[in-house]
Design a protein around this ligand. Structure first.
Ligand SMILES: Nc1ncnc2c1ncn2[C@@H]1O[C@H](COP(=O)(O)OP(=O)(O)O)[C@@H](O)[C@H]1O
Ligand SMILES: [Mg+2]
Length: 237
């Protein structure tokens, strides 16, 4: 059984991560690839509880502090990886995740209050070697993204604490995502998220074909060919 692929979607609020995960998951199904979708923070029952504590502002209000929050995020991620992501990949399923390690870098890394060594160690412990095979960074002007996120929100839904922040903070995060992409060119692909939903989906499908599906097919064909030639040699001998 071939191991599944792990794809993450990153970027600011309203760039289209959730929309594109849904479309990619539908596309993969038409290709006969089984996949699951997940999100961070959260993804597993325990991690969803931590998500509530963090995003509601409760942790902040009770004075947990930035390092404590970073540790909570990491604990949630470790559980998500162990209980959901890794078992799915092992079963050959693909995993599409809405935010992952890069969001932590961008959101926690921007504050000087968390020591870079702590951020590095927590990342290592939490992902335990499970770096994504491919990461899409959906890139969009922060004001456009926030406008989309606001339009999407139902009147009954509260604005979460990250959405409440100043526009310059969102613009800084956009730049931080782009820098991460530059530092990790093998894994990250920047997508112009100001295009239409269909154009973005097409860019994503093309990239998934080129980076993951074709190489996996070639690998499988090589394995099959090797096996055939081994069989032929055994028969000749
Ligand atoms: N390319 C796009 N152009 C215009 N609107 C979009 C586009 N992609 C998504 N949207 C809309 O913007 C809102 C936010 O999209 P969503 O996928 O929820 O973003 P995210 O998950 O990144 O916050 C939704 O109402 C969605 O329908
Ligand atoms: Mg979303």
């Amino acid at each position: 059984m071939q191991r599944g692929k792990f794809i993450t979607f990153e970027g600011g609020e309203g760039v289209g991560k959730t929309t594109q995960i849904r479309l990619l998951s539908e596309y993969l199904k038409t290709k006969g690839i089984e996949c699951i979708s997940s999100r961070e923070p959260g993804g597993s029952p325990w991690a969803e509880a931590v998500r509530h504590v963090l995003l509601s502002g409760l942790a902040d209000k009770m004075g947990l502090g930035p390092s404590g929050e970073a540790i909570l995020f990491a604990a949630a991620r470790a559980d998500h990886v162990d209980s959901k992501i890794e078992p799915a990949l092992e079963q050959g399923k693909w995993v599409l995740c809405d935010r992952f390690m890069d969001s932590t870098r961008v959101y926690q890394g921007e504050s000087d209050d968390v020591a870079p060594e702590l951020v590095d160690s927590l990342e290592r412990i939490a992902i335990n070697g499970h770096k994504p095979d491919l990461t899409f960074i959906l890139d969009l002007r922060a004001d456009v993204g926030l406008h989309r996120a606001n339009a999407r929100r139902k009147a009954s839904e509260a604005v979460d604490r990250f959405e409440r922040e100043d526009i310059t903070i969102h613009e800084n995060r956009r730049n931080a995502f782009l820098q991460l992409a530059t530092r990790n060119p093998d894994r990250c692909r920047v997508i112009d998220a100001s295009q239409t939903i269909d154009e973005i989906a097409f860019d994503i499908w093309r990239t998934v074909e080129n980076v993951l599906i074709k190489p996996a097919k070639a690998e499988q064909e090589k394995r099959d060919a090797d096996q055939t030639s081994e069989q032929n040699e055994a028969e000749e001998a």
